[in-house]
Design a protein around this ligand. Sequence first.
Ligand SMILES: Cc1cc2nc3c(=O)[nH]c(=O)nc-3n(C[C@H](O)[C@H](O)[C@H](O)COP(=O)(O)O)c2cc1C
Length: 180
Amino acid sequence: MRIAVGVTGASGAIYGYTLIKALSKLGVEVHAVYTDMGRKVLEYECGITTEDIKPHAVVYDNSDLFAALASGSFKTGGMVVVPCSMHTLGALATASGRDLLTRAADVTLKEGRKLVVVPRETPMTAIHLSNMLTLARTGAVVMPAAPGFYHKPETLDELVNCMVGKILDIFDIKHSLYTR
Ligand SMILES: Cc1cc2nc3c(=O)[nH]c(=O)nc-3n(C[C@H](O)[C@H](O)[C@H](O)COP(=O)(O)O)c2cc1C
């Protein structure tokens, strides 16, 4: 199985990093693309760079529209955009395709594959909400970065793993990231 992961400059870089590591550990071929701000926030929040992602994923340049991910003929099981900034959310809702991340997400939708979008912002404007509705109506799964507390997490990892586990559930990937 092959899954694409797009990471933007919204807060919560740890969600993307944890997802990429979990998928790779589960034997999934991961194809990752970071926006410029995604790379900066990864460094700022997690203290790592995309070099640290390379052992777990094929990492693309977001400006490379010749990359495999830009084409529908490159088969994937779907794509996750996590965390998703309001900037990228808007680009996805308008099918912008201006860079590799938005093009790959648009390809995922047009090919009828699973697109999971994990927006992170609060509070939200009517524009943000409307963009989410547009994506949901187009077939994307919109899954705000809103981890639950009912499993009584004691560490940050447990909180993050719960959210990442919910993403894996969408793809029917078996995992033990949280207790049901
Ligand atoms: C530390 C930091 C945290 C941010 N958190 C968010 C956020 O949670 N949600 C959001 O929409 N934008 C957030 N931003 C702003 C985005 O990075 C900015 O809008 C950027 O243009 C997004 O670009 P991208 O979608 O190409 O990654 C944050 C910026 C910084 C520096």
